[in-house]
Write a protein that binds this ligand. Structure first.
Ligand SMILES: [Ca+2]
Ligand SMILES: [Ca+2]
Length: 315
């Protein structure tokens, strides 16, 4: 026998041995799919493990559904009342007692049109309780909820002086956004002065009170001298002011609406797009955000009403 045939024979023997080993050690392989592909909170999702394989028959399928519940069976259903991401774990066992497990991440979305938060200050002064004060350089008395004659009814009035700032905030939990969805933050503001470099701030989605780098773009009005700006937080812990060709009219309500979606954002004022840019911050970082109203300058003053604050998920 030539050397070549000896080599071939050895190779065949090796493959044979490896195959035998594989055959002896082969257990089941867990696999499953979810339906529908896009899952919304409160709706039924079906998990189907019939794609699982094994050299021996699979006799049990057990599930950790990631929402605190467990289940058993080749095909099971579950509902997730809250949007978020869940880890679903399937374990299969065959007649030989061998097991295999697999984990898949399941993202649960909210339907477009869902309102996450709405505030019209209808509670009157008690509504201040929904908006804790950020006490840094602030005085509680610099904000009141006042009745305004006419349509808006009660509104939040922030009138902090030059030497202080005044920020009120509320926490907003954002769900994961499906491709095509935006998180929409809207607020009506009426300023009482447009000179002396007064400021108002509408900061829809900070990570926390002190996190500039973790913030999303926000709107600042600084008076006729400086105009108004969208501030884009940068990676360096500061932000880049982008001039907006808009100066609010005094004693007149304007509606400011931010649309945040994957990789991009847009600001509309009174339904007209005034700025759009790239979004470097990421909604997936955390679901917990902070919405800030007021002003944050210790050299400038504020006199502005805020009303009809709304956060929703839109297409
Ligand atoms: Ca109101
Ligand atoms: Ca101030």
């Amino acid at each position: 026998m030539s050397r070549r045939f000896v080599g071939l024979g050895f190779t065949i023997l090796l493959i044979g041995l490896l195959s035998a080993c594989t055959l002896i050690s082969a257990g089941p392989e867990a696999r499953f799919g979810a339906s529908p592909v896009v899952v919304y909170a409160g709706e039924t999702v079906t998990f189907d493990a019939s794609a699982s394989t094994g050299s021996s028959a699979i006799v049990s399928y057990t599930w950790d559904l990631g929402n605190g519940a467990t289940s058993a069976g080749q095909v099971v259903t579950a509902t997730y009342p809250s949007a978020g991401t869940y880890t679903v774990r399937l374990t299969v066992r065959d007649t030989d007692g061998k097991t295999d497990a697999i984990e898949e991440r399941l993202t649960v979305y909210l339907r477009s049109g869902t309102v996450l938060f709405a505030e019209d200050f209808a509670d009157g002064p008690k509504a201040l309780g929904h908006w804790p004060l950020d006490p840094t350089w602030a005085t509680d008395g610099d904000a009141t909820v006042d009745q305004i004659a006419g349509a808006p009814g009660y509104a939040l009035y922030i009138h902090s002086g030059n030497a202080r700032w005044h920020r009120r905030y509320t926490a907003v939990a954002l769900p994961p956004l499906r491709v095509g969805q935006s998180a929409v933050f809207s607020c009506r503001v009426m300023t009482l002065q447009n000179q002396d470099l007064h400021t108002f701030l509408f900061s829809p989605a900070r990570l926390d009170l002190d996190s500039i780098a973790g913030s999303l773009p926000y709107y600042v009005y600084t008076g006729t001298g400086g105009g108004s700006y969208v501030h884009e937080p940068s990676e360096y812990g500061s932000d880049i002011p982008r001039p907006v060709a808009f100066v609010p009219d005094v004693y007149r309500w304007h509606t400011y609406t931010f649309f945040y979606r994957a990789g991009a954002y847009e600001l509309e004022i009174d339904g007209i797009s005034v700025y759009s840019g790239t979004l470097t911050a990421d909604f997936s970082e955390t679901g917990d955000w902070v919405l800030l109203l007021g002003e944050e300058s210790v050299t400038e003053a504020c006199k502005a009403y805020f009303d009809d604050i709304r956060v929703s998920i839109e297409e």
